[in-house]
Design a protein around this ligand. Structure first.
Ligand code: 0O2
Length: 212
């Protein structure tokens, strides 16, 4: 493929990323208006770099003419949540949508990766309306907490810088850092839970006082 072919090949993916970003940002504002806090903190999206597509195709033995079906994360959306329990809720909202089809899910939170990576992935089929008609594209939606995102962003940039040559000791420390992020997530959830319980009992007490 020359650069012009790549340009047209990536067009529907760029459209899918732009549209899905708008849709999930809209979901965030809607939920924020309905409730006191939104389970979505922020949303980002990207189209995979050509060099990464080629790297992955080589790793998975995918021929250039099979990229559309063989590489599922050319279009990528990332949804960041405050709390671990928000992730399941957001995943459920996505399953209920009529504008995309969830093909399968990868739960790297329960089954975290060897590196320590945690995130919930959903591979979806999304129809884009192009000038030439409807085209189904695959997209990967990653749902994670702010702490999981903090870890993954730094680990990704260190791995990218040092490629495969990251010393074993560093990998071990990164894995420990991922555990620390997970402990932090659990502690934040537990603090929140206690605040909610205290709030509820405070509200119940004031209801009793006002009704007497
Ligand atoms: P980019 O293009 O740089 O954003 P793979 O993990 O890629 O060999 P698989 O099973 O297809 O194979 O992975 P999956 O589940 O589709 O996940 C791929 C994406 O998940 C990665 O994209 C990352 O965004 C994220 N990810 C997976 N494992 C790790 C990890 O150990 N550390 C970090 N930081 N991120 C991970 P790319 O390919 O890196 O994408």
């Amino acid at each position: 493929m020359d650069s012009r072919d790549w340009g047209t090949f990536l067009l529907p993916y760029e459209q899918a990323v732009e549209e899905l970003k708008v849709k999930f940002k809209t979901m965030r504002s809607e939920l924020k208006k309905r409730e006191e806090y939104a389970p979505i903190e922020f949303v980002t999206g990207r189209v995979k770099k050509i060099s990464s597509i080629l790297d992955k195709a080589k790793r998975y033995n995918v021929a250039l003419e099979d990229l559309e079906t063989g590489i599922e994360d050319i279009a990528g959306i990332r949804i960041m949540c405050q709390f671990v329990e928000d992730i399941r809720r957001v995943a459920e909202y996505i399953r209920m949508r009529k504008d995309l089809k969830v093909l399968y899910e990868k739960d790297y939170i329960t089954n975290y990766k060897e590196s320590g990576y945690r995130s919930f992935h959903m591979i979806v089929e999304y129809p884009v309306q192009t000038a030439l008609g409807q085209k189904e594209v695959l997209a990967e939606i990653q749902i994670r907490t702010l702490a999981m995102n903090f870890w993954a962003t730094i680990e990704h940039s260190l791995n990218y810088k040092y490629r495969e040559s990251l010393p074993e000791e560093m990998r071990g420390r990164l894995k420990k850092a991922a555990e620390a992020a997970f402990v932090l997530d659990n502690e934040m959830s537990s603090i929140r839970q206690e605040i909610l319980v205290a709030q509820k009992s405070f509200e119940d007490d004031s209801n009793i006082v006002s009704s007497t």
